[in-house]
Design a protein around this ligand. Structure first.
Ligand code: TRP
Length: 455
């Protein structure tokens, strides 16, 4: 149990929280596009293999450190290995969630604005071209996105300030089932649109054209990002997992829910995009330009649906973003509570302030600060690049090296098998330990290099 005494009440709470962190914008705006680009069903297969054989062992490593140390990124290293210098490295691991929290919140703010606009019926009132242009008009304005950023971050900080089970656990347990319902509703609508079959074909075709190292690297990178690895969020959430809870099963269920949601999202989005006769894209433009175009162009079909579909869609995006953002805020909040002995309320609002300030230049980089660039990347892109192309891998490396080379093997076994009581782990343990110690670190380094070479 965590040193602060807080914990998730049961398995549902644990898995909902981990899935809440994992299911996010990556599932909605990146995965559907990658399936199509990297050979359809083949990519999904690679993705599943990478998730189980590469991402899951890293997930276990983070979980093992968190539950064993019973604390956050720095204090857990300290607790397990008091004399080592690892706690300094642990402190560096705070940087990644702080960066991600700041720019993720900008996108969260956009979703909030789009949800409000959908409630006003905006996307059914305007012409498709106008609906697309709304994005650049909105993001280039300095104030409105900043206001939304503040509101989004404020909502998240409020939830986090309520506590691990009372805030984070309770909200995730409610939101995750709702998210699945919403995405299925959109899927049914999307498949009913004329011309949607082309989108289904795009997703299910098996295409060997791109098969090769590139696909494997893309699948691995996506599975890391989607499962929120290497950023300390899994570590911190795991410190709230009770000793009798099952780490391997929680990890497997998280992969299962995350992947299921990503596939549902692909079939909810791509058929609609194709039915509008548009080339699919990835990233912000898919969600904030292409889909509004589709929503607006479908308005002739049924006014009631044209009103409801954008509301449901942007609500899903907003909820997915809030549950991921909560896990990011929790890393810093946990640090201030456990290492600086602050109250949870104070800690979460300090983290809110940090996110507010660091996020501001990211938000303005679409407007007044758009000319400030480094290697052709604006501030937002620099944050994203350094976190998801550099620091994420560094974090994953640190966690697996620590488990493989610093922790006692018997302690690792103890955590994975709950003191030997989970009998199923016995046979799997030795190969898994070998895998974490020798294979995963090499794979992570290779992937990091490949990823840099391709970007
Ligand atoms: N997994 C999230 C998504 O799919 C993104 C993400 C990456 C994340 N690392 C994270 C979210 C750490 C929370 C915490 O969109």
């Amino acid at each position: 149990m965590s040193t602060s005494g807080e914990h998730f009440s049961n398995r549902f709470s644990v898995v909902a929280a981990l899935a809440g962190s994992a299911i996010g914008l990556g599932n909605i705006w990146r995965f559907p596009y990658m399936i199509g680009e990297y050979g359809g069903a083949l990519f999904v297969l690679f993705y599943l293999l990478c998730s189980v054989f590469i991402a899951l062992p890293i997930f276990f490593s983070e979980s093992i450190i968190g539950r064993r140390g019973g604390s956050g990124v720095q204090a857990s290293f300290q607790a397990i290995n008091p004399k080592g210098k690892w706690s300094v490295i642990g402190l560096l691991c705070l940087l990644t969630p702080t960066l991600v929290m700041s720019y993720y919140s900008i996108v969260g703010g956009w979703s909030l604005d789009y949800l409000i606009k959908s409630f006003e019926g905006y996307f059914m009132k305007v012409q498709p071209a106008e609906a697309t242009k709304y994005f650049s008009r909105f993001t280039s304005n300095p104030w409105a996105p900043l206001l939304m950023h503040t509101a989004f971050l404020g909502i998240t900080a409020l939830i986090v300030s309520k506590g691990v089970e009372k805030g984070i656990g309770r909200i995730n347990k409610r939101v995750i089932p709702v998210l699945f319902v919403l995405i299925v509703l959109i899927l049914v609508y999307s498949l009913s649109l004329p011309g949607s079959k082309a989108g289904v074909d795009y997703l299910v075709k098996v295409d060997f054209k791109n098969a090769g190292v590139g696909v494997v690297a893309a699948a691995m990178g996506q599975s890391f990002f989607s499962l929120s690895l290497g950023m300390g969020t899994i570590l911190v959430y795991s410190s709230y997992i009770k000793k009798n809870e099952n780490i391997p099963v929680s990890g497997l269920l998280t992969v299962l829910f995350d992947t299921a949601f990503a596939i549902l999202a692909a079939f909810a989005i791509m058929p609609a995009v194709f039915s509008g006769g548009i080339e699919p894209s990835a990233g912000p433009s898919l969600v904030f330009e292409t889909l509004p175009y589709i929503f607006s162009s479908m308005r002739g079909l049924s006014p009631a649906l044209s009103y409801c579909v954008p509301v449901v869609f942007f609500l899903a995006i907003l909820l997915a973003a809030v549950t991921s953002e909560m896990s990011l805020l929790e890393v810093g909040t946990n640090y201030l509570i456990e290492s600086k002995h602050m109250s949870r309320k104070k800690a979460s609002w300090i983290v809110f302030l940090v996110g507010l300030l660091l996020g501001a230049p990211c938000s303005l980089s679409f407007g007044p600060l758009r000319d400030i660039t480094l290697f052709k990347k604006n501030v937002f892109e620099i944050f994203d690049f350094s976190a998801s192309n550099v620091l994420m891998f560094a974090g994953a490396l640190v966690f697996t090296l620590f488990v493989g080379w610093r922790m006692k093997k018997s302690d690792v076994y103890d955590e994975l098998s709950n003191g030997g009581s989970l009998k199923g782990i016995k046979k799997l343990f030795n190969p898994l330990y070998f895998w974490i110690k020798y294979v995963i670190p090499v794979v992570v380094v290779l992937l990091f290099v490949l990823n840099l070479a391709m970007s």
